[in-house]
Design a protein around this ligand. Sequence first.
Ligand SMILES: NC(=O)C1=CN([C@@H]2O[C@H](COP(=O)(O)OP(=O)(O)OC[C@H]3O[C@@H](n4cnc5c(N)ncnc54)[C@H](OP(=O)(O)O)[C@@H]3O)[C@@H](O)[C@H]2O)C=CC1
Ligand SMILES: N[C@@H](CC(=O)OP(=O)(O)O)C(=O)O
Length: 345
Amino acid sequence: MTVRVGVLGATGAVGQRLIQLLDPHSEFEIAALTASDASVGETYKDAAKWRVDSPIPEDVAGLEVRATDPDSVPDDVDLIFSSLPSSVGAEVEPEFCEAGYTVSSNSSNGRMDEDVPLIIPEVNADHVDLLEVQRDERGWDGALLKNPNCSTITMVPPLATLDREFDLTDVRVSTLQAVSGAGYSGVSSMEIIDNAIPHIGGEEQKMETESRKLLGSFDGAEVHLNEMDVAASCNRIPTLDGHLENVWADTTEDISTADAEAAMESATGIDLPSSPEKLITVFEEPDRPQPRLDRNVEDGMGVAVGGFRETTDGVQFNCLAHNTMRGAAGASVLNGELLNKRGYL
Ligand SMILES: NC(=O)C1=CN([C@@H]2O[C@H](COP(=O)(O)OP(=O)(O)OC[C@H]3O[C@@H](n4cnc5c(N)ncnc54)[C@H](OP(=O)(O)O)[C@@H]3O)[C@@H](O)[C@H]2O)C=CC1
Ligand SMILES: N[C@@H](CC(=O)OP(=O)(O)O)C(=O)O
């Protein structure tokens, strides 16, 4: 049966990617779109300033943009995707959950709350049952589930393969992040052309904490954070899409570059429509992956890795993922598919 879905923040950079993914989706049907008061009452076509590299879907273009308020969304909507500024998400997402809606959210608010599952389905799908605890504690008929930050999503699938086999102890990561991560108006051309900006507010802390929750263990009542130590340094560079990251990983068990490559090579997707067949694509060429060449691996839902080197403390490698697909909209859709499959809708 088709699930009727709503999108909060549908006119934004991530919201437009959500529309691109949801319109042809086999399980979902777009039933309601919301944005800020400035867009309410306009058609989606007029409000959205469509900037995605495929045409605006015809059946969505004429829909009227609604207020971001549970009262303005039809009761027969079963699933809400949220991609709002986090300050707005913090206020309205709980209102939707209280009103009985199940929300798959991409916004950063609440990701580290103890009763909120933070999920990459190929890595920690079992954490979804934390929703039972959440519903008990909050008395909600609805539910709130999050996907992680885009830089975190890029490095965690490869790290998960290493942790499973060799037990990670320390991770160091330096990022080269695309401008789309800051939204359309986030970084001006005068700031970023011929430049690199060694600061993205709050990003290091998100990578350092969210990765430990994703690789933590769920005992049926709570998630115990992974004990590994993670330190990050985040940088904005003038690429459009695709976050590239240099990672150093140390493990309890001895690890060679061949071990690391083999572990990552064997990672597969899972049985959800948006999960790629090959979760991690390993490049042998030392100068890959690169954002322009490799961000669309597995239709933007894969992670690309390469540049393996042995170091005195473990291995070094580079990884890359499409930040608005695997890192944002695609991640939320995948989590929506998981909610549907596990009977949470
Ligand atoms: N861009 C990226 O790669 C990533 C973004 N994110 C996160 O996703 C979220 C959205 O990001 P992005 O799409 O880039 O942001 P945009 O600024 O492009 O879009 C924001 C959306 O939220 C709506 N909105 C803004 N203020 C309000 C309000 N007060 N009430 C209701 N709706 C409002 C906007 O509507 P309107 O058009 O009417 O202003 C728009 O639809 C953020 O939390 C961001 O941190 C996460 C990972 C990656
Ligand atoms: N901060 C990320 C994008 C983002 O908005 O992340 P988050 O979902 O954690 O707010 C970037 O600039 O590339």
